[in-house]
Design a binder for this molecule. Structure first.
Ligand SMILES: Cc1cc2nc3c(=O)[nH]c(=O)nc-3n(C[C@H](O)[C@H](O)[C@H](O)COP(=O)(O)O)c2cc1C
Length: 199
């Protein structure tokens, strides 16, 4: 059987964002294990309008070509790692909009979370977990939280990510071990469902 594919989604798009650094870092960790195929997904690459379809793709095919392209990309993956910026104690508007454009690609898959911010992105991650439940995604409990005394100097440019990232290797392993379990479990169940349907 092929390796499960994991999409690492960067949740912010502003030109000077921090999100690239933890995204590349967790993608490198995931690749180094050897049991996943890994790709970084950048919301900058999808010119999604603010959601304006008559209904969610849960209810009707999407009428927007760019959203259809985004959905097709998401469908390639068995699981996701969201790299979560915290804006006003929640996820970014650009990520929420991208999720609203793509219900069906996420259904019955797994997702894990790498957050950053004063509280390690924990408040945004908790919002995102709740959103994931509506999308029928299994949200992995273990997370990476880059916060407090680590994040503030990073945000102010007083420290480099490369100098502090080693402190998060343990949580990254824990996250990836558990993402592997849930991704493999949900993938096996989806495969069994498809086989039963085809029989
Ligand atoms: C609009 C906005 C709202 C923010 N709100 C929060 C917040 O509620 N909690 C927090 O920890 N950081 C907050 N921050 C600071 C971000 O954690 C920090 O700017 C981070 O670098 C944003 O991610 P990005 O660089 O990938 O865009 C906010 C930043 C912006 C731009």
């Amino acid at each position: 059987m092929s390796k499960p594919k994991i999409g690492v989604i960067i949740s912010s798009t502003r030109p000077t964002r921090f999100g690239d650094k933890p995204a590349q870092w967790i993608a490198d960790h995931a690749k180094a294990r050897g049991d996943f195929e890994v790709e970084i997904l950048d919301l900058r690459d999808y010119a999604l309008p603010l959601f304006d379809a008559p209904a969610s793709d849960a209810w009707m095919p999407t009428p927007n070509a760019e959203a259809a392209r985004w959905q097709a990309k998401l469908r390639e993956f068995d699981g996701y790692i969201f790299v979560v910026a915290e804006y006003n104690r929640s996820i970014t508007a650009v990520l929420k909009n991208a999720i609203d454009w793509a219900y069906t690609p996420f259904v019955r898959k797994a997702a894990a979370f790498v957050g950053y911010g004063s509280a390690g992105g924990a408040r945004a991650i908790e919002h995102l977990r709740n959103i994931m439940v509506e999308l029928q995604v299994a949200p992995v409990r273990q997370s990476v939280n880059i916060g407090g005394s680590d994040f503030f100097p990073l945000m102010m440019g007083q420290k480099n990510w490369d100098d502090v990232k080693g402190a998060f290797d343990g949580p990254a392993k824990d996250l990836l071990d558990n993402l592997a379990w849930w991704t493999n479990a949900t993938r096996a169940a989806r495969t069994a469902d498809a086989a039963a349907k085809a029989a």
